[in-house]
Design a protein around this ligand. Structure first.
Ligand code: NAI
Ligand code: OAA
Length: 264
């Protein structure tokens, strides 16, 4: 039987996820901000029900995916989890807010829901989380993107993106700060922190490189298990250069996992 998906937020990532939705799953509900609810010229027009709140949904989706960014998770996450549903999340940076983290964890515990934190634009989160079980001494993360990928972000307050002529570090701090200051660009910092040594102890550098067309993520972890370095050079989505294609694919994977009896 076809499983039914609810998507919270339908921007660049949502569009890609919809395009690649595995056979056996259909997009049945789209949750959008109030201002977009009346739009008729949309890819879901006539195919999916448009909602502005989770409570307006009268049935139970088989899976809910958040593709809305940090404000979308903060607005709708609790209602999803209180209804006992599974919520796959990419805006992991919202969880740097400890009060929100607690609110969502309590809603999941009390309502029977489950929050599935997706690996998003990076790889290696399984290994990092396993390594933590033996004790981690250090985890660092560097993100390097082209100037156009940092446009419209807090980077514009720190560096003149149009004047950069060489690879330049413009932010150094911890994962919590990075996730809060760069909500559309540094969720990966929070994902790594959540899988590893936490928001305060994960050291982050953000870099702009005028000569790159990739979103590069470099993770180094060291602990009792040994050490690893992962460098992932991702292609940004054409429709949003802040977002890596792999992040959208991690949502597609979550959809496939919800369908298959055996999944990776
Ligand atoms: N974990 C990871 O590796 C990554 C996470 N992300 C997160 O995914 C988010 C989405 O990425 P894109 O689709 O490229 O961004 P986008 O800006 O193209 O789309 C976001 C969509 O969410 C909608 N939205 C905003 N607030 C909402 C709300 N309260 N309720 C419902 N919909 C709402 C917007 O109207 C927009 O259509 C990013 O903002 C970022 O937070 C992005 C890339 C990687
Ligand atoms: O997609 C990426 O390269 C990373 C990203 O935007 C994020 O961490 O929020």
């Amino acid at each position: 039987m076809t499983k039914r998906l609810m998507m919270i937020g339908y921007g660049a990532m949502g569009t890609e996820v919809h395009r690649l939705l595995p056979e056996g799953m259909e997009l049945a509900w789209v949750v959008v901000p109030e201002a977009y609810a009346a739009a008729t010229c949309t890819p879901w027009a006539g195919r999916a029900e448009v909602l502005t709140s989770i409570d307006a949904c009268e049935e139970a989706p088989d899976l809910v995916v958040e593709c809305a960014g940090q404000p979308g998770l903060a607005e709708h996450g609790e209602a999803v989890l209180r209804r006992g549903l599974t919520l796959a999340v990419v805006a992991t940076g919202a969880l740097a807010d400890e009060a929100l983290y607690e609110r969502l964890a309590t809603a999941a515990r009390e309502g029977g829901g489950r929050m599935q934190l997706l690996s998003g634009a990076v790889a290696g989160m399984d290994g990092l989380a396993a390594a933590r079980e033996g004790g981690l001494d250090e985890v660092t993360y560097e993100a390097c993107k082209a100037p156009r990928s940092w446009k419209g972000s807090h980077a514009e307050q720190l560096i003149d993106l149009d004047a950069v002529t060489e690879k330049t570090v413009f932010f150094e701090g911890d994962a919590g700060e990075a996730a809060r200051l760069f909500p559309a660009n540094s969720n990966v910092a929070a994902t790594i922190a959540l899988a590893g040594v936490g928001m305060r102890d994960t050291r982050v550098k953000l870099i702009v490189d005028p000569d790159t067309r990739r979103n590069t993520h470099r993770i180094h972890a060291q602990g009792r298990f040994g050490e690893f370095t992962i460098e992932l050079n991702g292609h940004p989505l054409e429709s949003n250069p802040k977002t890596s294609t792999l992040a959208a694919l991690s949502v597609v994977r979550a959809c496939r996992q919800a369908l298959e009896p055996v999944s990776f």
